[in-house]
Design a protein around this ligand. Sequence first.
Ligand code: ZN
Ligand code: ZN
Ligand code: ZN
Ligand code: ZN
Length: 145
Amino acid sequence: MARQKKRRGSKWTDPGNVKGKKKYRYCKICGSTATQVRIMKHEHICEKCAEEAARKKKGQLACKACGKVVPNQLKKYNGYCKECVCKICGKPDPEYTHKHGVCRECLIKMGTNCLVCGKEAYAQVKKNNGLCDECAAKRNNKGER
Ligand SMILES: [Zn+2]
Ligand SMILES: [Zn+2]
Ligand SMILES: [Zn+2]
Ligand SMILES: [Zn+2]
């Protein structure tokens, strides 16, 4: 599986250090320029507008579920970011997709991963109705306590 590399710090322009063409970058929402505010490099949205979008979670600039500002992904996934939709069916199910990459239904359909911890354990999951041995044991213990 190809994982996206996490890059830190390089996502924003630095108002105190914009050179050449970067000076002409501006926020596509409020029009602030790169010499005034930090602007998200790929999306051309300033810090303030990004923050506001993240708070509102309208699904136009920021993901409806987690508030991540990724306009390009939102168009593709109906207002959600890539991480909040199921890799298989495309349905948004943030709680599960953040942990497992797929929605609950697909996880069950796949039948190979534990529904609690997400561990791949085909034989165990089959035996314990969707749980790995460890989680099945934990569940049983809970009942007794
Ligand atoms: Zn702005
Ligand atoms: Zn999201
Ligand atoms: Zn799914
Ligand atoms: Zn488990």
